[in-house]
Write a protein that binds this ligand. Sequence first.
Ligand code: ZN
Length: 426
Amino acid sequence: LQTNVRIALQGSSITAVECAAQLEAGDESCRLLVPALANLHSHAFQRLLAGLAEFTDGHADDFWTWREAMFQVASHLDPTALYEVAVQLYGEMLAAGYSHVAEFHYLHQPHPLEMCQALTQAARDTGIGITLLPCLYQRGGFDGSALRAGQKLFYLQEQDFMDLLNALQPFTDEKTRLGWAPHSLRAVEPALLQRLSQQLSGWVCHMHVAEQRREVQDCLAATSRRPVEWVLENLPIGVHTCLVHATHVSAEETTALAASQACVSLNPSTEGNLGDGLFPLTSFLAAGGRFGIGTDSQSSISPVEELRWLEYGQRLKEGRRNVAAGLRGESALTLLEHCWASATAVLDRRIGRIQAGFCADLLELDDQHPLLIHHPRPLSAWLFSGNATLVRRTMVAGIWRASAGEAHFTRREAFAALLSRLYARL
Ligand SMILES: [Zn+2]
């Protein structure tokens, strides 16, 4: 951490960073300022599901039964409803310190372009940066089975998918970026996946992989390869690739995944909620792997909770402390530095550094909070002190978009009304 730093902004960007600076007239003073965080994995509509699938009624509950509840909620959404949920969600993300969201969007029907625009408009209105990742989702499983009723809203033919990407390109700007997302190996036929990966090479590409053990078994049965193994052997993987979850990987896959330079999106609150499993963080980091975090199913909208869960999961598994930090270092700083460093390549937007040429996406911590005011390690105090919101303000592209725990643009009543209508229909 550095002190007495002057950061010059022009428009949306950082133009200069001066160390050992003196406070001058016209300067705005911040005592605890860090880069804002990127949310690498979001399905906005799943915010509606929060708390609705936390009971059982006679069956053994797991990811696959949760998925049925998710299908049911998805069936009640149109572009207007998707906009309302995204405004609420993106506002909560801004208040928590996220300045940019990668929206992994598969809820296409019956209005594919309008559904995408609902998300980009919600991002514009709240001020959060977005990398929209329209998703290709065509089959029900590795066996090529047809989509089930609940999945048909996710379907696009190949040409319709390409047309959607083309139609969205004019809507991109400095804060609104575009990538693509083959949903998973189970949802896209391998030959098509390989062909589109070549066709869209250079694009940011995100894909779910190896979240569930059953998925690994099905992939082995269909291809004689484990999912990450198959991906690394058959797709052009690089710094613009973000593999989501990668929970169930062998030692060989872990090493190869780290060497591939792909970023792994870890979503510990969701992976805990769904009973997915624990990612082998220690060996991945030892091999030089890159990771970031995501809110995924939206059961938590807090980077603090994601990072704390990530570290605690490893501590519980390994029976020791300060796991992410390796042999020397501070857990909070190590975890945050990974999140900052991985963002730019998989979002197509320069964020995550306080450096000239980067976007002015910043997060100010509450330096007057008793936990932080004299703390020798404020980042550790932020991540490992509980659930009080220690984020004072979040800036996106040079503009403060949330302060005192609330986004500046909200539509809370509209969101509450949407939830009320949904609960009545479920
Ligand atoms: Zn996901």
